[in-house]
Ligand binder design. Structure first.
Ligand code: ADP
Ligand code: MG
Length: 234
């Protein structure tokens, strides 16, 4: 984790005047037109906007999966827009966790193995990866499901394993793209509950795209995308 001194000065993630435009034949779609957003350690922010507004685009740019056409994305104090692809990939693996609407867990591996894998790829021993993974899954209420495969888990359990996998390497930032969009309301509520508990306990900064206003109301801040800009709600 990052030291408290730095966390006090810099946002965990800072999106600075980001522009993103998709060319389609002769025309172009200006999705982000100078979007600004600071995400602070231990803070959960809901991104609420209609379909097509650019939520996924923003998350991809924030997560270093796409380069902005203009502007800058800082991860901690590191500007990333002009990094080489290999450097961006390395930074993304270390500092950013993703959760999607569908869990994308590896079906032939158990819950604990799915959480161990990214840690072992990073260089941790099997024993250490298992210890940390078990602790994380227990924190998320899955201590009794460690050796189940994804097909043997409920939708809510699968998403909690996906969250554990996303934060297994202790990233600075968690980005989630409609993580409960595929769940019934009660399960979505529970998954959101453990997600916000995790953010508070770990000092992560989380940006979560969602359509669910009730869930968004429980997060620290709410923002939307309007004409390619980020606007604070409330
Ligand atoms: P949201 O997640 O809010 O539904 P997206 O960020 O997925 O919105 O998409 C915003 C707009 O950009 C949509 O109109 C979509 O069709 C368009 N778009 C997204 N990705 C691409 C792409 N790779 N190429 C062209 N257009 C795209
Ligand atoms: Mg989307």
């Amino acid at each position: 984790m990052n030291d408290a001194g730095e966390a006090a000065q810099n946002p965990s993630l800072f999106i600075d005047k980001v522009e993103r435009c998709y060319k389609q034949g002769d025309s172009s779609l200006d999705i982000l037109r100078g979007a600004d957003l600071a995400l602070w350690a231990g803070q959960s922010v809901a991104l609420i906007a209609p379909s097509g507004a650019g939520k996924s685009t923003l998350l991809h740019v924030a997560g270093l999966l796409e380069k902005p056409d203009a502007g800058e994305v800082y991860v901690g104090d590191a500007p990333t827009a002009h990094m080489e692809d290999a450097e961006r990939t390395a930074l993304r693996r270390l500092e950013i966790g993703f959760v999607y609407q569908f869990h994308h867990l590896l079906p032939e591996f158990t819950a604990i193995e799915n959480v161990m894998l990214p840690q072992m790829i990073r260089g941790l021993t099997k024993v250490e990866a298992k210890r940390r993974g078990s602790e994380l899954l227990e924190f998320l209420g899955l201590g009794h499901r460690l050796t189940h495969r994804p097909a043997e888990l409920s939708g809510g359990e699968q998403q909690r394993v996906a969250i554990a996998r996303a934060v297994a390497n202790g990233p600075r930032v968690l980005l989630a793209d409609e993580p409960t969009g595929n769940l019934d309301p009660r399960t979505a509520d529970h998954v959101f509950g453990v997600l916000t508990k995790l953010v508070q306990a770990s000092g992560l900064a989380a940006l979560v795209a969602t359509h669910n206003m009730d869930l968004a109301a429980r997060m620290d801040r709410r923002v939307t995308l309007r004409d390619g800009l980020i606007v604070e709600l409330d």
